[in-house]
Design a binder for this molecule. Structure first.
Ligand SMILES: [Zn+2]
Ligand SMILES: [Zn+2]
Length: 143
């Protein structure tokens, strides 16, 4: 098994061999801030299984224990780096995020209250494919 992924612009790409470890979502304020979203979704992989196939993350040392990796070009959060043996990768940076399903949530105390009701929000119909917008997002595969 091999899974690929990368940032939005494609300057940083990775590949993970073998089965990834446990995936989680974390509601802590540091993950909310680092992802600028309601939670961080991260999966643990062995460092020996991870190859940076294009570019490499830039790091912000977010605490004395952890540095967080991101693409310096487009800003996509990519890693949670806290060990010499394992590293966490951002689940939604994978080309197929559905291949990595979170099985536990952390830091419930700072969970955004509306998270409980996301599935109940009214759904606005999609206007269809945009005709005048050209996406510069890197495709969900190696190039
Ligand atoms: Zn990028
Ligand atoms: Zn967190």
């Amino acid at each position: 098994m091999s899974l690929s992924g990368g940032c939005q612009c494609g300057a940083v790409r990775f590949r993970v061999e073998g089965q990834p470890g446990r995936a989680s979502i974390c509601h802590c304020r540091m993950c909310q801030k680092a992802f600028a979203g309601p939670f961080g979704a991260l999966v643990t992989v062995k460092i020996v299984d991870l190859t940076w196939t294009r570019g490499a993350p830039t790091h912000f040392q977010s605490s004395d224990q952890v540095k967080r990796g991101f693409c310096a070009v487009c800003g996509t959060p990519l890693t949670f780096d806290y060990s010499d043996a394992v590293i966490d990768l951002a689940v939604f940076a994978f080309d197929d995020p559905s291949a990595v399903e979170p099985v536990v949530q952390l830091a419930k105390d700072s969970r955004a209250p509306w998270i409980d009701h996301v599935a109940d929000l009214p759904v606005r119909p999609s206007p269809g494919p945009p005709s005048e917008i050209t996406s510069r997002q890197h495709p969900d595969h190696d190039t």
